[in-house]
Unconditional design. Structure first.
Length: 367
């Protein structure tokens, strides 16, 4: 456990109070008012989130990946959540599991392969909502990026797909927080498998649903976060991608985009239901000619509304970095992740998602 971990509970304790303060500032403060206090003021030291666990070293979203992230100094571990046919929330980055499990090697499930429209896109494969929890437990996790991370394939076939409850129990036992993301919430609502109710129920079951508990819920969509704001007291974070728009906006005919959400007016709207934003790293350090330039206004504008800013995703391989952080020309070789992390910390972010928590932890520990 790192020194940062002791800050997790304190950070969450003040979430709702800080949120109310920021909302008051939005409605009553003059244009020249001082920045609102952050909704989750974890600024003594920024937090480190193990992105899908330590997914740079183990197949993602496995208990082994989460355990390694904790060993490497993560303050939070991130389970992305999808549903089984019988309503059990499990940790997968998307509901199609052909690329991250051995399902293709199970002849008994060959007839489950199908094509669906998910968030407006045609996707072919095997989907969690077509399996019961018991059936899903017969599968084993595999590395998503075997060509990029061949060492990780040594762990293929060793781990089951974990449930949300298993992740909560692990985090509580090890003294870290969880940062769950609801995946495809509009789609799951459309098939009668809402994610929000079982998520809240799982938190309540483990008594981890209060404002002072180390839990932050995130989503790329907005409607489900606004619903969750009425259902649970833990902090919420609005995810913002580098382009496009929330799928619930698309479904509702709302013309706003992610770029609109990062304007001062958009951030003020987010502050009415969330305590933070989780932004694609290119939103904080834009690129010109492949290299990062000066920081954008996003961090400062979000802080003005009392919102914390967490950035994703820092990965050690060159291909995932701006050119000024790369070392050599091999896209799969390690770049200078420490320099990249320092650049984002210098830009003022309050937390970093990384596939390689150990490398970011070294930077955070160095101060």
């Amino acid at each position: 456990m790192t020194s940062r971990t002791s800050l997790v509970a304190t950070s969450a304790t003040l979430a709702l109070a800080g949120s109310l303060t920021s909302l008051t500032a939005l409605t009553s403060a003059p244009a020249t008012a001082a920045p609102a206090p952050l909704a989750v003021p974890s600024l003594v030291e920024p937090i480190l989130i193990g992105h899908r666990g330590a997914s740079g070293y183990r197949p993602e979203h496995t208990l082994a990946a989460y355990e390694l992230a904790i060993e490497q100094g993560a303050d939070y571990i991130e389970p992305d959540l999808v549903s089984t046919r019988d309503g059990v929330l499990v940790a997968r980055h998307e509901n199609e599991i052909g690329g991250t499990t051995d399902v293709a090697d199970h002849p008994e499930f060959a007839d489950r392969r199908t094509t669906k429209t998910i968030d407006g896109r045609s996707v072919t494969g095997w989907f969690t909502e077509d399996f019961t929890y018991k059936e899903l437990r017969t599968l084993r996790a595999e590395e998503r990026l075997p060509q990029v991370r061949p060492d990780n394939t040594a762990y293929d076939g060793q781990e089951r797909i974990p449930t949300l409850d298993e992740v909560i129990k692990l985090a509580r036992r090890e003294g870290v927080g969880i940062y769950p993301e609801t995946k495809h919430p509009t789609y799951f609502d459309s098939i009668g498998l809402s994610l929000e109710e079982p998520l809240v129920a799982a938190l309540e079951k483990r008594h981890w649903d209060d404002a002072d508990d180390p839990v932050i819920i995130q989503s790329f969509e907005t409607a489900n976060l606004r619903d969750l704001d009425t259902m649970v007291d833990v902090p919420l974070a609005q995810l913002v991608d580098a382009s496009g728009k929330p799928y619930d906006f698309t479904a509702a005919g709302d013309p706003r985009t992610y770029t609109d959400l990062l304007t001062p007016a958009g951030l003020a709207w987010i502050a009415t239901y969330a305590e933070g934003v989780g932004v694609n790293k290119d939103r904080v350090l834009p690129r010109t000619g492949g290299a990062t330039t000066v920081p954008s206004a996003v961090v400062g504008d979000a802080h003005e509304q009392g919102l914390i800013v967490h950035v994703w995703t820092l990965r050690r391989e060159n291909q995932f970095m701006a050119t000024n952080f790369r070392i050599g020309t091999d896209p799969n070789a390690p770049g200078d992740l420490a320099a990249e992390a320092r650049a984002f910390l210098d830009a003022g972010v309050d937390g970093i998602f990384s596939d390689n928590p150990d490398l970011v932890a070294q930077v955070l520990d160095a101060g």
